[in-house]
Write a protein that binds this ligand. Sequence first.
Ligand code: ATP
Ligand code: MG
Length: 378
Amino acid sequence: MSAGKIILPPATLGMLGGGQLARFFVIAAHEMGYRVMVLDPDKNSPAGVLADTHLCAAYDDRAALTRMADACAAVTTEFENVPASVLDALAESVPVHPAATAVAICQHRVSEKNFLRDHGFPHAPYAEINGEDDLPADGLYPGILKVARFGYDGKGQARVRDRDEALAAFRNFKSEQCVLEKMLTLDYEVSVVLARNAAGCVAPFPVAENIHRNGILDISIVPARGSAAVREQAQALARGVAEKLSYIGTLGVEFFVCEGRLYINEMAPRPHNSGHYTLDACVTNQFEQQIRALCGLPLGDARLHSPAVMVNLLGDIWRDGEPAWNTLLDQPDLKLHLYGKHEARPGRKMGHFTVIGNDADATLKSAMEARARIGVEG
Ligand code: ATP
Ligand code: MG
């Protein structure tokens, strides 16, 4: 379907996936006066319970997809593992953004790395591993072996010191297609979330500095510390990626910073965890931008109005029951977001909070104190 048609409230928007990213999309859509139909197989999904209509079915359920195409003015997704064929099938009868081609590149580490290489974007040295013979004897060690599909939050990854370890890891991943990436010595990590609409306008959000723990995002500090040149270059690279993907929607681009140089780690064809600070610290948040891009509207102002620090809340802090939320809610410059998930498991993203400040250092200190009060260890 061609882009360009403007979709106005109270149209119904379709969302593939019902997790926290879809939940924030539903909230933003409702604020703007849109209705939302969510497709997710979990009857308790965070977004399904808020949606106007929850299609409780598999992502490739024919009948559900037909209902969605009939009811919705446009369809988007909150996660990259929706089969590209599903997006293609929907796109025959309803506008779908981002397009299947862009999602397909981002959902497969081999096509993602090859895309970066082919367009001259800086990335870590890597090799495509289709079989044991592809594992090099040297050159990429120490490295990280990553499965090509369905990895997230550091899952499907193994750190390997040499070919023997890489071989063992590859066999452990059942010889699934992988990429072997050279381990870079990171100064720090940053990300850029941006929106791009059908008119080709791009609105990058400020650069976030991201600290991971056990392969999962822990803290985002905004604006990122470090040099202004790195921040400017990160935004320029992210814009370049969006343009080369002919991307329409909200896109997250993760970077490594090594000796002052940027390397693109990966792209997420959806709003990004490191962009959650935009909910409370920007004029327009990343979910409203996703809606604006999907609906053919001009993008909102992506300006940061205050320094912010976002802290993820994982299921680990439920180890002794419900955390003492008053210890966070007592703090006036802290914004708590819980995703309404019924079951807390270690490592599961259950919520986040953002501290909004005037001074970057004081905001970080305050967020770290709040994090300790709610029981995050370390
Ligand atoms: P998520 O979906 O949460 O972003 P993921 O499972 O897709 O995670 P990556 O982003 O590839 O995984 O890697 C997770 C983290 O592991 C990175 O943020 C970084 O801290 C570290 N890491 C990954 N690749 C490398 C590398 N080549 N060199 C150094 N560190 C790396
Ligand atoms: Mg990542």
